[in-house]
Design a protein around this ligand. Sequence first.
Ligand code: DQA
Length: 141
Amino acid sequence: MKTLIINGPNLNLLGKREQTIYGEKSFEDFYDTLIAEFPSIDFEYYQSNVEGELINKLHEVGFSYDAIIINAGAYTHTSIGIGDAIAGIETPAIEVHISNVYAREEYRHQSLMAKNCIGVITGMGLNSYRLAILHFLNLKK
Ligand code: DQA
């Protein structure tokens, strides 16, 4: 199962950034545990702070990969372009968030991509990504 994990702005700072909200682990360390835990999955990881680069990556993989797990960070709440990109590709996507966006500022309660995703997982810490993987694996059964 060819799977892209794609992270948006500021998620490169995980482990350093607002640790009380996002935890102390870097995404790279977490990613290593995922690779070890799910040997049957062919993972790719991509992170960018630039909206257009995230859209380009979705276009690049979105007609050949089996699964996309996307945490678009703040662009979740602002980017019609990323929402449209997910609508325009064929690969199914799950939107994930580390924090519970509904327990935070009101501007984080809106997602401009959720309706184009098969589902949303929010507030489970880095485990949100793991739960998305488990869901894709379940769909394959
Ligand atoms: C986030 C939540 C967003 O509101 C925020 O802008 C982020 C991270 C999360 O994973 O909890 O950068 O997507």
